[in-house]
Design a protein around this ligand. Sequence first.
Ligand SMILES: [Zn+2]
Length: 241
Amino acid sequence: MKNFKNISSIVVNEELSWKDKIFLTFDIDWAHDDVLNDTIDLVEEANIAATWFVTHETPLLSRLRANSKFELGLHPNFNFLLEGDIRNGKNCHEVIDRMYAIVPEAVSARSHSMTQNSGILELFKSRGLTHEVNHFIPAQTHIELKPWLLWNNLVRVPYNWEDDVHCMYGLEKRLSSFIRFSGLKVFDFHPIHIFLNTENLDRYERTRPLHQKPDELIKHRYEGYGTRNRLLELLMMAKND
Ligand SMILES: [Zn+2]
């Protein structure tokens, strides 16, 4: 349990704050409350630190805030803006500020779809963020990760595992094979994939009309080894830690 830490606890020059530590992160991605509650139940049962990148207002933010081991960060969605659709804000400032209005205490962020550029990173800094987690370097590259400072003193925390990307690569490996690598270890899960136990993104795509209907969605949970099992594997490590 002592090896699980929150993103904002990373200090670049203090290796003990990140080396061989596990950072469990979640992109909430507008999950239905029942779907999000399901993930929170699993993580609270394990009693470990976790960083939650929030996408929307929900009463469950109170549940997350009530757990002192949890940290809430921003998960701004710039995708609409990139397509010329201003429903989420007419520029990057507005997209970020609307997120801040929901999670004013946030000090960390990962963008939806990992969208980033130097301007967005400057905005993160100017709005008071200290850590960002947008840079994905897959674990199977065997590149040993460490955090570093950006030009504006924002701490860049690269991450090396994401549930849906694991499926996209078609990797069969169990999560345990990724836990053995050394260096910084940052895992990214989505409540919807935990709920569905996604093994293949076809399952996610074909159930889209049911994503906000958890009573029906549960019938489509994969019964083999999938994303939920991978999270449980990681949580089991916490028990033995
Ligand atoms: Zn997302």
